[in-house]
Ligand binder design. Structure first.
Ligand SMILES: Nc1nc2c(ncn2[C@@H]2O[C@H](COP(=O)(O)OP(=O)(O)O)[C@@H](O)[C@H]2O)c(=O)[nH]1
Ligand SMILES: [Mg+2]
Length: 331
């Protein structure tokens, strides 16, 4: 899934300049034997074909390099819907396809007219008329071209995620999400930007029983309750739910993260309500905990069934992997 490969989208004027100047350049090289009229015809026919086909080729390149809508995962589908609107997007692509066919027909029609013209004046008249019709066709798709130009800008920096079993780590800031990600995947995460926000996604991978697992940490995204979010931001965040097969939600009952349990539980609720996958609650920083404190915390739902771990020391991480493995089997 990559919009970076889509070439810069030219507007109708730029497209015409490009096509007409190529056509003149190439037509000058035409040298046909025989009578002057034959030569003029050959040259003008060439101009028509080069002008039309260079526009068609350019539009086809765009169409080919834009990721296929039918192959988009629900995650990207949702992001495109939020960022540019899926309906307008598919409409614009349809217009481009229509334009390619239309130009091809026009090209053939006018090439034929030029070939059967009776004198030079007629040849030039047909060629000029073709240019005029081509220009007005291109002006017709100007709104679609401008829309696609803007869409490309917005979509070229979408995060690169894999379509594989995905665990999203959530929880308040400083509870240990990034530490756990590093523990699980044994590496520094890859960083990807996330649209509409200044936030990033951190991605890591591990293999368990020959199955590949993608682990995502979402600093600044899934670490607060959703009440205070802007609409677009919210929608982008909700796109994450299409990505997640499982959520690991970290609690820090020592509250050294700076967020009281009340707030942490509120964030948990937000996520439980908007993600329809299993959430594994995990109490982190167990190395700082007394038995007493842990017993006390266990009285609150969902901590009663939480796993315990220390992302710092590695304790309990194997149990989290076991749970992930079980969730993969049930998928
Ligand atoms: N004592 C202890 N500290 C931890 C543990 N996990 C994370 N930390 C510390 O908590 C702070 C925040 O961790 P980080 O992984 O950046 O949290 P995030 O903001 O949720 O990604 C860092 O100083 C970590 O070293 C743990 O299990 N035990
Ligand atoms: Mg972090």
């Amino acid at each position: 899934m990559n919009f970076k490969r889509v070439p810069r989208i030219l507007d109708s004027q730029e497209l015409m300049d490009y096509a007409f100047s190529r056509a003149s350049r190439e037509a000058r090289r035409v040298s046909a034997p025989g009578a002057r009229l034959q030569r003029v015809k050959k040259r003008e026919e060439r101009r028509i074909i080069i002008a039309g086909s260079s526009i068609r080729r350019y539009l086809n390149r765009i169409l080919m390099r834009i990721p296929r809508i039918e192959e988009l995962t629900p995650f990207y589908h949702e992001l495109i819907e939020t960022l540019v609107g899926m309906e307008k997007f598919t409409h614009s692509l349809r217009s481009l396809r229509w334009m390619v066919n239309k130009i091809e027909r026009l090209e053939r029609e006018y090439a034929r007219k030029v070939r059967s013209a009776r004198d030079e004046d007629e040849v030039h008249r047909h060629r000029k008329e073709f240019y005029g019709r081509l220009a007005s066709l291109l002006r017709k798709i100007e709104p679609e071209l401008l829309f696609l130009r803007e869409a490309r800008e917005r979509l070229k920096n979408l995060p690169n995620v894999e379509d594989t079993f995905t665990v999203v780590i959530a929880g308040a800031p400083n509870v240990g999400k990034s530490s756990l990600l590093r523990r699980l995947t044994g590496a520094e995460p890859r960083v990807e930007s996330y649209p509409f926000t200044t936030n990033q996604l951190l991605l890591g991978y591990f293999e368990h029983h020959h199955k590949r697992v993608q682990v995502i940490d979402t600093p600044g995204l899934l670490d607060r309750s959703f009440e205070e979010m802007r609409r677009e931001e919210m929608q982008c965040i909700l796109a994450l739910k299409h990505l997640a097969n499982l959520v690991v939600f970290l609690f820090d009952i020592t509250e050294t993260c700076g967020y009281p349990m009340e707030e942490q539980l509120r964030i948990y609720e937000s996520i439980a309500q908007s993600f329809d996958v299993d959430i594994i609650p995990v109490i982190n920083k167990v190395d700082l905990l007394t038995e007493e404190k842990l017993r006390e915390a266990r009285k609150i739902e969902p901590l009663d069934r939480a796993l315990i771990c220390s992302a710092k020391e590695g304790r309990g991480v194997a149990e989290i992997i076991k749970k992930i493995d079980k969730a993969m089997d049930n998928k």
